[in-house]
Ligand binder design. Structure first.
Ligand code: KG4
Ligand code: ZN
Length: 342
């Protein structure tokens, strides 16, 4: 079965074709960075309009890339939540309509399930069961995963998501949007011994997170240390490094706890923040010590993309799941509400 995947939940338009026998056949991603950079963050209406402009050319592009025609598509999967409602509706409307025109089944996919299953796009991907740390711009969640659709939430952020904390702190440091990767790059030049940020909620039991205090800690440090007279690059790099170390340490500590609590032998790291080099490295080292194996997607499948949606869609479409002509998009949606497969 060949599935066309469409991702339009936020500021990337992603299109891919996944083949149940041959794996991922092709994919394209268009990032809206240029559209939103001048505003310092995502402008929902501009995101929707840009998706409208890009979805069809990208579908044609992926068909060309894979030497396939529309009639080779056996099913269509589109992100139907969580995300920006206008942006979601673009992918949902085009995906559902295309499936109707082609006479094939269509399915709305949970964006975070896409992220969660993305490491399985790799040849040597993880096998169920596992614990997953989902770290994106909107979510920080630890999930116990027994199979596709069998998800138990172990803990989550009570306030800002890890990616959101990266983005907000980057803004405080005067870095351009999108802040997370910019802050990580600046942190590479930082001295890890100069400042020490707290590791929130690690001094008490439990698997929840809280990252909004780190942003305030960063603000206070900036106000004390950064002067208006010089360029302050080194101080900012040191602050970026201290912030990154605090987030990474906190995530790693909670992952260890989750692995111990569940007895899991596999940890999956996914979502935009899983592109962070230091996080990938630390998780790898620490899981090895715990006797568990860590998996994460290749870099291009950490942030939003169509491949993860095509794959998650295939996992469900192949069991006969599909949606009626009346489709919907869901801006807020818990993964625990998804039906289990198999
Ligand atoms: O999964 P994603 O592309 O979109 C959402 O579903 O939210 O995640 C985007 C988030 C942003 O907050 C971005 O700053 C963060 O992932 N991010 C990073 C890195 N690359 C992306 N954060 C830290 N280090 C990175 N290298
Ligand atoms: Zn995402």
């Amino acid at each position: 079965m060949r599935v066309l995947g469409i991702e339009t939940s936020c500021d990337e338009t992603g299109i891919a074709i996944y083949d149940g026998d041959k794996g991922l056949l092709g994919h394209l991603v268009h990032s809206q960075t240029d559209v939103h950079a001048v505003y310092g963050g995502v402008v929902p209406e501009l995101a929707s309009r840009d998706h409208v402009r890009k979805v069809l050319p990208l579908i044609i592009g992926v068909l060309e890339q894979t030497n396939l025609s529309k009639s080779d598509i056996d099913g269509v999967a589109y992100t139907c939540g969580p995300g920006l409602i206008g942006a979601l509706l673009v992918g949902a409307a085009i995906g559902r309509t295309l499936a109707w025109a082609l006479g094939v089944p269509a399915l709305g996919v949970h964006h975070m399930e896409g992220h969660l299953l993305a490491p399985m796009l790799e040849e040597d991907g993880p096998e169920f069961p596992f614990v997953a740390l989902l770290v994106s711009g909107g979510h920080t969640q630890l999930m116990e995963v027994k199979g596709v659709g069998s998800y138990r939430l172990l803990g989550e952020s009570l306030d800002d998501a890890a990616g959101e904390a990266f983005d907000k702190t980057a803004k405080l440091l005067g870095l351009p949007y999108p802040g997370g990767p910019e802050l990580a790059a600046l942190a590479e030049e930082g001295d890890s011994t100069r400042f020490r940020f707290p590791r929130p909620m690690t001094d008490r039991p439990g698997l929840d997170f809280s990252f909004s205090g780190l942003k305030t800690f960063a603000l206070n440090t900036i106000q004390q240390q950064v002067s208006s007279s010089s360029d302050n690059r080194q101080i900012k790099a040191d602050i970026a490094r201290a912030f990154e170390d605090a987030v990474v340490d906190t995530l790693v500590i909670k992952c260890c706890r989750a692995v111990k609590a569940t007895g899991a032998k596999t940890l999956v790291l996914a979502g935009g923040v899983s592109a962070n080099r230091r996080l990938r490295q630390r998780i790898q080292e620490v899981m090895q010590k715990e006797g568990a194996r860590a998996y994460y997607p290749r870099l291009e499948f950490c942030t939003d993309n169509g491949a993860m949606i095509a794959y998650a869609g295939w996992q469900r479409l192949r069991t006969g799941a599909s949606e009626p002509l009346k489709f919907s998009a869901t801006p807020r949606w818990s993964m625990e509400d998804l039906p289990s497969v198999g």
